[in-house]
Write a protein that binds this ligand. Structure first.
Ligand SMILES: [Zn+2]
Ligand SMILES: [Zn+2]
Length: 135
């Protein structure tokens, strides 16, 4: 738990038992997790508390949200140094067999040049295919 407490402090998130538990679940996950999936891992916590925890994590850039086209937003941990700037965005991979969405943290989203007057806020790049577990 000590490492997780430090991780929260580093992102200016006050460590609470609940936040540490959610962080632990997110750390143990190899793929991104939706609010509903997170809810299934907690018997006693209600959805609102979990949702607020995720939002706090997201606002403080401990996690990022992913729109993988399934209609439910998924969340995954950011790298320690990540500030979620556009140039730090990475590609996500959605497996068509197990329906898991993975962060390809090593693969940056390619830069694009927008027409004059357009301002970039974020890029969402989801690649679909079969993951190494399902191959
Ligand atoms: Zn898969
Ligand atoms: Zn990611």
């Amino acid at each position: 738990m000590k490492a997780n407490e430090e991780k929260l402090n580093k992102r200016n998130i006050k460590p609470t038992a609940m936040r540490e538990l959610v962080l632990k679940v997110l750390t143990d996950q190899k793929s991104a997790i939706s609010l509903s999936e997170l809810e299934h891992k907690f018997e006693k916590a209600d959805r609102v508390t979990l949702y607020r925890t995720l939002k706090t994590f997201e606002e403080n850039k401990l996690i990022h949200s992913i729109d993988d086209g399934t209609g439910s937003v998924k969340y995954a941990l950011c790298l320690d140094s990540c500030m979620c700037n556009p140039e730090e965005l990475h590609v996500h991979f959605k497996c068509v067999k197990c329906y898991q969405t993975f962060c390809l943290s090593e693969i940056p989203v390619p830069g694009i040049t927008l027409p004059a007057g357009f301002e970039l806020e974020s890029i969402n790049m989801v690649v679909k295919g079969v993951c190494s577990n399902c191959k």
